[in-house]
Write a protein that binds this ligand. Structure first.
Ligand SMILES: [Zn+2]
Length: 180
């Protein structure tokens, strides 16, 4: 008998459409939140990222580890690659990355390697966070670049999204696996 991966639980959250006129941190984090909802619909841990440069979105991504079967397909990695392509420059020192959860050490490292100017995350991660939650890649002495880090923007909404996803997954998985 073969067991298939359970389908994504129904997402009780809706995408949001903030005013284009006020392009503040909440605006860009809301776009990252919408990317996280895309991840949920693909049955991925709902994490999303958006990169802003001089008032424009130049990169965005949602977590695709399961669908791409790629452990590096985190939202931030996808957004960083897209931003470097669209700016035709791997140096992102004028850009800000908005992500719904504190980046892991891999993505924190990629942010430093891309010389990202600023990084804003919503929810801290004390288990795997790479920006002070568990490790501090950005604060490591001797780094040839450091980014400005801000946190807490849209914290409650992004936390609720992730926690609800895992709760509904646990509930659906305790009902057993789909048989194929
Ligand atoms: Zn990551």
């Amino acid at each position: 008998m073969v067991y298939a991966r359970k389908a994504a639980p129904d997402c009780p959250f809706q995408k949001r459409f903030p005013s284009q006129l006020i392009r503040d941190d909440v605006f860009y984090m809301t776009l990252a939140y919408n990317e996280a909802i895309d991840a949920w619909h693909s049955n991925e841990v709902p994490i999303g990222a958006v990169i802003e440069c001089e008032g424009q979105v130049v990169g965005k991504g949602s977590n695709q580890v399961e669908s791409a079967n790629d452990p590096t397909a985190h939202a931030e990695m996808i957004a960083i690659t897209q931003a470097a392509n669209s700016l035709e420059d791997w140096r992102l020192n004028k850009a800000t990355l908005f992500v719904t959860k504190e980046p892991c050490p891999m993505c924190s490292g990629a942010a430093i390697m891309s010389r990202l100017g600023r990084l804003v995350y919503a929810v801290p991660d004390s288990k795997m966070g790479g920006l002070g939650g568990a490790f501090d890649v950005n604060g490591y002495p001797g780094m040839n670049h450091t980014s400005i880090i801000d946190k807490g923007v849209l914290h409650d909404d992004c936390l609720e999204l992730i926690q609800t996803f895992f709760r509904l997954k646990r509930e659906s998985e305790s009902e057993g696996f789909d048989k194929v």
